[in-house]
Design a protein around this ligand. Structure first.
Ligand code: S3P
Length: 426
């Protein structure tokens, strides 16, 4: 897809539902008693993989008029799947569903696409084995396909070496099936949607600083859930509105959970004009409308406990940094190497191809901003967030840019290019 430079962006956009919250609504609905009704569910490929897995585990899930109805089987009601469960491209599906499957009285095999089969699973295998789970990677590796036997589990106290909501959530979900409380501590707090939503379904959890404890065997009851707009999807419009001159965009209904709003904090440090309007709570999550106006950005430093709160937004923040005056240092973000692609390499190679001055480091990158970008062919490495970040870069580059494999955005944002196009003033 070729994206041409834009002179001005104006108008309103409502981004699709949050990916992390959409996944969890299906998973928790599946193991609750009664029906769960979900509105503004993200019908992207990743969340559809989660629906497909739970259908194969015997859960009746309907998609009707933009809503999802999950007729839960209860905590102990999942059925063995005939054949292999396929998580597609979704790390959240593999890691969270593994936690649930570890405590079932039947065996399962869980896999995904080529990218998933390369992503690290040791981070969940180690704590699940400590809980007594029988889980193994493929042919002695720590990679999917994962073979999970299903065993009685014990509660543990686990010190996670990484700040990862997928690891934390996997252990908490296994903890539902354990013989006592399970506690996870992480270096910095990662997104807490599991804690918030599982509590609303009736689980007993206690969060303290960067630790969370869950008690087993709760009665989970189906809920009505309205999914907030995904701040990770809003991030591309925030960046586009800031970077394209003469722009003013209203992004409606964006989730601003403090464990996810790091992009807004980084943008503020970069001198961005982003105003929160109409702040309110839906389904236990804070949301607002974001008013974005073109701004002259300056470089910043991103690191430490801010990183988990903006981990998925680093590619688009790097694009913003390329257009900002001064240097931006992104550090403590080695996790970027094990996402859907190696996002340090993907960002650095593509920004360099467009003429930016940027260096990869072991745990991030350094961007010397303010050099004009020019036309290039962008390789997203099958990574939705790289494609969307560079679509925004193209809007501001001399001569635009060609995005290869542009449809990979369907993982988290089907309709992304149409929504972006609708804002362009012609
Ligand atoms: C997610 C957690 C994050 C994030 C991913 C979604 C989740 O991954 O990057 O897109 O829904 O729990 P990690 O837990 O690996 O940091």
């Amino acid at each position: 897809m070729f994206i041409y430079p834009a002179h001005s962006l104006k108008g309103e956009v409502t981004v699709p539902g949050d990916k992390s919250i959409s996944h969890r609504s299906v998973m928790f609905g599946a193991i609750a008693d009664g029906a769960t009704e979900v509105t503004h569910f993200l019908e992207g490929a990743d969340c559809l993989s989660t629906i497909a897995c739970f259908r194969r585990l015997g859960v009746d899930i309907e998609q009707r008029q933009g809503r999802i109805y999950i007729h839960g089987n209860g905590l102990h009601g999942l059925k063995p799947a005939a054949g292999v469960l396929d998580a597609g491209n979704s790390g959240t599906t593999v890691r969270l569903v593994s936690g649930i499957l570890a405590g079932q009285p039947f065996p399962s095999i869980l896999t995904g696409d080529a990218s998933i089969q390369k992503r690290p699973m040791k981070r969940i295998i180690t704590p699940l084995r400590e809980m007594g789970a029988d889980i193994a990677g493929n042919n002695g590796t720590d990679c999917a396909p994962l073979h999970i036997e299903g065993k009685p589990l014990r509660g543990i106290q686990y010190q996670s070496p990484v700040s990862s909501a997928q690891v934390k959530s996997c252990i908490l979900l296994a903890g539902l099936y354990a013989d006592g409380p399970t506690c996870v501590t992480e270096p910095s707090l990662s997104r807490n949607h599991t804690e918030l939503m599982l509590s609303s379904f009736g689980a007993r959890l206690l969060s303290q600083d960067t630790s969370v404890t869950i008690w087993p065997n709760p009665k989970l009851v189906g809920q009505k859930i309205e999914v907030p707009g995904d701040i990770s999807s809003a991030a591309y419009f925030i960046a586009a509105g800031l970077l394209v001159p003469n722009s003013e965009i209203l992004i409606r209904n964006v989730g601003i959970n403090p464990t996810r709003d790091g992009m807004l904090r980084a943008a503020e440090a970069m001198n961005a004009s982003v105003t929160k309007l109409n702040v309110h709570i839906i389904s236990g999550e804070p949301v607002c409308d974001l008013l974005v106006k073109s701004s002259s950005l300056i470089g910043t430093e991103i690191g430490g406990s801010l990183v988990p709160a903006l981990i998925d937004e680093i590619p688009i923040l790097a694009v913003m940094a390329a257009f900002a005056e001064g240097t931006t240092v992104i550090k403590d973000a080695a996790e970027l190497k094990v996402k859907e692609s190696d996002r340090i390499q993907a960002v650095v190679r593509n920004l360099k191809a467009m003429g930016a001055e940027i260096e990869a480091t072991d745990d991030g990158m350094v961007i010397y901003g303010g050099k004009p970008l020019h036309c290039a062919t962008v390789h997203p490495y099958a990574d939705h967030r790289i494609a969307m970040s560079f679509a925004v870069a193209a809007l501001c580059a001399e001569g635009g840019a060609e995005i290869e494999d542009a449809e990979c955005v369907d993982i988290s944002y089907p309709g992304f290019y149409q929504d972006l196009d609708a804002l362009i003033c012609r």
